[in-house]
Design a protein around this ligand. Structure first.
Ligand SMILES: [Zn+2]
Length: 196
């Protein structure tokens, strides 16, 4: 949890989770997830800003403090991918602008960058990294269902984009998650710079 909090605060410092935007979680044992509480400023996170939820028991009782509204999207990833132990959702300028512009296409392909090799298992700049894009919605079950469909279409994805909103990615531990967020945010910034 402390490792996740330090990483989350650093994301705020780099402009990827300004104000109260974004959310972070780490799996605790087999049945629980520690997730950032709703509405907390990401630059000043402490253990007080973390709440514990059941991996499969949302809605049974509301934990105190209440978890991020986007917690169901984190839980869906832990349920889909048993190896995933940490999840981050960021709201960078690059993820927001690119996903809004490409939402009708439904995906963003990234290829030709040395930085791709920071992603787990990627060996060459020649590989194509696909990021699915789903439309934004304030209806959480509808958004979760759209994400599930996107991950069925792109089973090898390292993350996904919600249009005009941001990036979600994951890792087998916090260190891998940190590497994936940094690599994907760098690649998205490169893509945004190249269309200006
Ligand atoms: Zn968000």
């Amino acid at each position: 949890v402390d490792e996740l909090l330090a990483f989350a605060r650093s994301c705020h410092g780099r402009g990827w989770t300004v104000a109260t935007s974004g959310n972070f979680s780490v799996r605790i044992g087999e049945a629980h997830v520690a997730v950032t509480a709703s509405g907390r400023h990401k630059g000043r996170l402490t253990r007080e800003d973390i709440t514990l939820v059941g991996l499969r028991s949302t809605g049974v009782a509301t934990p105190v403090p209440p978890p991020s509204a986007e917690t169901p999207l984190h839980l869906a990833l832990y349920q889909r991918f048993p190896h995933v132990r940490a999840v981050a959702h960021t709201h960078s300028v690059a993820a927001t602008v690119l996903s809004r512009g490409l939402s009708s296409r439904g995906f963003l392909n990234i290829a030709g960058y040395e930085m791709q090799k920071a992603l787990e298992g990627v060996r060459s700049h020649d590989e194509t990294i696909a990021l699915p894009i789903v439309d934004n919605s304030q209806d959480m079950p509808a958004l979760a269902s759209a994400v599930e469909d996107a991950l069925e279409r792109f089973p090898a994805a390292f993350g996904y984009l919600v249009a005009g909103h941001g990036l979600t990615t994951w890792g087998k531990d916090v260190a891998t998650l940190e590497r994936h967020v940094e690599a994907l945010e760098f690649l998205l910034a490169c893509e945004l710079s190249s269309i200006r």
